[in-house]
Design a binder for this molecule. Structure first.
Ligand code: NAI
Length: 465
C-alpha cells in the first residue's frame, strides 16, 4: 500500500474539521490540510474562536495546528500536494428539480471530483467521507477518469459515524471505522492511518456499495428508534403510562438495548431526516415503493411529534398563546453543539410565532444571528409569510435572553427544547417567582422531570407522561 504522508480534506465543516484534527493529533507523521471555499470558515479555524463548538475540539486543534494541521482556502494546492484526498463537503437535500425534497444534492461532491481530476498528477486515493447515496462512487470514478486528467485514482468510501456533541470521544474510540473499496492496496493505506489509534478489529472493510449504504442504513435505524419511542409517547400521554418507564423496561432487554430510546420533542440535526429521505428516494428510484413508504414514516412520525408538542402547549394554555411570553430554553438540535440544522426548536418556535406568541430565547452556544436566520427561513418556507411579514414578526415577537432566569421573567410558560445540562442547575424557586401564574413548563426533553417542579407550584408537562 502507498504510505500516506500528506492528506487533504475538502470541506472544513462539522465532519471535516474534527475528523482531520483527530488524524493530525494521532498521526504526527502525516501532514493534514483542510481546505474550504468559505474563507470566513477557514479564518475561524485559524483563529481562537473555532467555527464549531464541540467538547474537547479546541485542545486538539490548538495542539496540532501549525505542526501538522493546517486550514486553507487554496483547494488546488491542497489537492495537488496530497496522496489521499477526503471529500467531506455538504450533501443537503435537493430543493429543486427531480427528487426535490428527498434526493441528495450531489452538486458539491461532483464539483470536488472535477476539481480533483483537473489538478491531480500521479496517483491519488480519493475518499468519500460525506454521506452519499449508494452507487455515488460509480459517478465519482467516472468523473475522475473523464477528461484529460494526468492522474490515476482509487476511490474509497469511508463514511463518518461521529455524532455532534460527542465528536471527539466518538473519533477517539469509534465503535467501528468502515472502509469500502475495490482495491486492497488502497484500502490498506487508509486502514494503516486509522490503525494508529483504532484497534484493528474495529476497522471493517467492505465493498464500496455496502459501505455507502451502511451509513444511510445506520442513520435510518437510529432515527427509527427515536420515532418508535416517540410514537409510544403519544400513547403514554393518553393512558397514564410513562414513556421513560416504558423505555427502561424495554431497553433492559438485551435484544433491544438501552440507547437511543429517549423520547423528545423530535430528532433534529443535519443528518437523520436528510439521510432517510435520501434512502426513500433511492428505494423509489430502484422501484421499491413499499420500502420507500416504510422508511418515510420515520420522518412523518418526527414531524407529528413536533406538531404535537405545540398543540399540547396551546391546549394547555387555554387555546391561546397570542401575546403571551414564552421563554424558550435551548435552540441547538441537541446539547453540546452550536448546530441548529433541522433543530426541533426551529419548528416549535415557528408554530408559536404563527400563533402570535412572544418568544424570549436563550441558548448557551447558538449565536442570535443564527436563530434569526433559522426563524426567517422557517416563517417564509412554503409561503407561510412574506419576507417582510416574517421580518416584522421576528422584530416584534422575538427577544434574546442571556440566561434562563431573564428568559423566564414575566413569561406565561417555558418550553425546554434542548437538553443542556445547565438547565437542571437553575434555581426553580426563583424562576417560579418571576413567572406569570399559572407557571407552565413544557419540557420537550424530559430533563426537568426529577426537579419536583409540580411541588414548587409549576404546571409541569413533559413528553410521554
Ligand atoms: P458542513 O456544511 O458543516 O461542511 C461542509 C463544508 O464543505 C462547508 O464549509 C462548505 O463550504 C464546504 N464545501 C462545499 N463545497 C466545497 C467545494 N467544492 N470545495 C471546498 N469546500 C467546499 O457539513 P458537515 O456537517 O460537515 O457534513 C459533511 C458531510 O458529512 C455530509 O455529507 C454529511 O451528511 C456527513 N456527515 C455529517 C455528520 C454530522 O454530524 N454533521 C456526521 C456524519 C456524516
Amino acid at each position: 500500500p502507498t504510505e500516506i504522508k500528506r492528506i487533504c480534506c475538502i470541506g472544513a465543516g462539522y465532519v471535516g474539521g474534527p475528523t482531520m484534527a483527530m488524524i493530525a493529533h494521532k498521526c504526527p507523521q502525516i501532514d493534514v490540510t483542510v481546505v474550504d471555499i468559505n474563507p470566513q470558515r477557514i479564518a475561524q479555524w485559524n483563529s481562537d474562536e473555532l467555527p464549531i463548538y464541540e467538547p474537547g475540539l479546541d485542545e486538539i486543534v490548538k495542539e496540532a495546528r501549525g505542526r501538522n494541521l493546517s486550514f486553507s482556502t487554496n483547494v488546488d494546492q491542497g489537492i495537488d500536494q496530497a496522496e489521499m484526498v477526503f471529500i467531506s463537503v455538504n450533501t443537503p437535500t435537493k430543493t429543486f428539480g427531480v427528487g426535490a425534497g428527498r434526493a441528495a444534492n450531489l452538486e458539491y461532491v461532483e464539483k470536488c471530483a472535477r476539481q480533483i481530476a483537473r489538478v491531480s498528477t500521479g496517483h491519488k486515493i480519493v475518499v468519500e467521507k460525506s454521506t452519499l447515496p449508494v452507487r455515488t462512487a460509480e459517478a465519482v470514478k467516472r468523473i475522475l477518469s473523464s477528461g484529460e486528467t494526468k492522474a490515476s485514482f482509487q476511490v474509497l468510501s469511508n463514511p463518518e459515524f461521529l455524532a455532534e456533541g460527542t465528536a471527539i470521544d466518538d473519533l477517539l474510540a469509534p465503535d467501528r471505522v468502515l472502509i469500502g473499496g475495490e482495491c486492497a492496496n488502497a484500502i490498506e493505506s487508509l486502514v494503516n492511518i486509522y490503525a494508529n489509534w483504532v484497534p484493528r478489529e474495529r476497522l471493517l472493510t467492505t465493498n464500496l456499495w455496502s459501505s455507502e449504504l451502511s451509513k444511510l442504513t445506520a442513520n435510518a435505524f437510529l432515527a427509527q428508534r427515536v420515532s418508535s419511542i416517540n410514537a409510544i409517547s403519544a400513547l403514554c400521554e393518553a393512558t397514564e403510562a410513562d414513556v421513560d418507564e416504558v423505555a427502561r423496561a424495554i431497553g433492559t432487554d438485551s435484544r433491544i438495548g438501552p440507547k437511543f430510546l429517549k423520547s423528545s420533542v423530535g430528532f433534529g440535526g443535519s443528518c437523520f431526516q436528510k439521510d432517510i429521505l435520501n434512502l426513500v428516494y433511492l428505494c423509489e428510484y430502484f422501484g421499491l415503493p413499499e420500502v420507500a413508504n416504510y422508511w418515510e414514516q420515520v420522518v412523518a412520525m418526527n414531524d407529528y411529534q413536533k406538531r404535537r408538542f405545540v398543540t399540547r402547549i396551546l391546549r394547555t394554555m387555554f387555546n391561546t398563546v397570542s401575546d403571551k411570553k414564552i421563554g424558550i430554553w435551548g435552540f441547538a438540535f441537541k446539547k453540546d453543539t452550536n448546530d441548529t440544522r433541522e433543530s426541533a426548536a426551529i419548528y416549535v418556535c415557528r408554530d408559536l410565532l404563527l400563533e402570535k406568541a412572544r418568544l424570549d430565547i436563550y441558548d448557551p452556544k447558538v449565536p442570535q444571528d443564527q436563530i434569526k436566520r433559522d426563524l426567517m427561513w422557517a416563517l417564509t418556507d412554503q409561503g407561510a409569510m412574506s419576507s417582510e411579514q416574517a421580518q416584522a414578526a421576528i422584530e416584534e415577537n422575538v427577544r434574546f435572553a442571556d440566561g434562563c432566569l431573564p428568559s423566564a421573567t414575566d413569561a406565561h410558560a417555558i418550553a425546554v427544547l434542548t437538553e443542556w445540562d445547565e438547565f437542571a442547575d437553575v434555581d426553580f424557586q426563583a424562576v417560579h417567582q418571576v413567572m406569570k401564574k399559572p407557571a407552565f413548563v413544557f419540557d420537550g426533553r424530559n430533563v426537568l422531570k426529577d426537579m419536583d417542579l409540580r411541588q414548587l407550584g409549576f404546571d409541569y408537562y413533559g413528553i410521554g407522561f
